[in-house]
Design a protein around this ligand. Sequence first.
Ligand code: ZN
Length: 199
Amino acid sequence: MLFYYGKRYDAAKAGQRIVKVGCDRCGCEYFYELTRVGAGAASAPYGIGTQSAIRQAQAMSEQDVQKRLAHEADLVPCPSCNWINDELVQGYRRGRYRGLSGAALLFGILGTASALICGWYVSIGPPADRGAVPYIVVGGPVVVISFACALLVLRSLLRRLIQPNRRFPQPPKLPRGSPPALVLDNATGALCVAESRRT
Ligand SMILES: [Zn+2]
């Protein structure tokens, strides 16, 4: 019997950048600090190449954080009118339910591979069972891929439920940990926390 074991290494990398926003409603210019953590994982089969696996996990986490900082956003309302621009809403949605994307991809690949391997075993097994091969080889991947697509539809529906401007012009309900809006202090040239409008 063949035994396989591998040691898994996880890495995390935090990053941040200052994002400039021009409010689509009132034209006010403000900033906020976008902070994200990237994740990476790699394994060393039979404990061989551990340093390489660690480096690979670190490189993946660095790549992940850069991608997240480039494509995601936080829900930071305009300090003058409480509006949250569509690009911020879209960016925030992209960062939510990321686990469902990974689960759909993993399930699609592993499920299809399992169905094909199972079909191959049945095809070399007892002749009486071979009639099931087309059902396994075609039907298996169809079911698996349909389920993966359903996960992606669910992700899309859940993301669409994020509608922070629903109460506009009232202040929106923000997720815990949302960064504050920053405005440029013309006297010092530094960014400082803006006084939010409360209506
Ligand atoms: Zn505004």
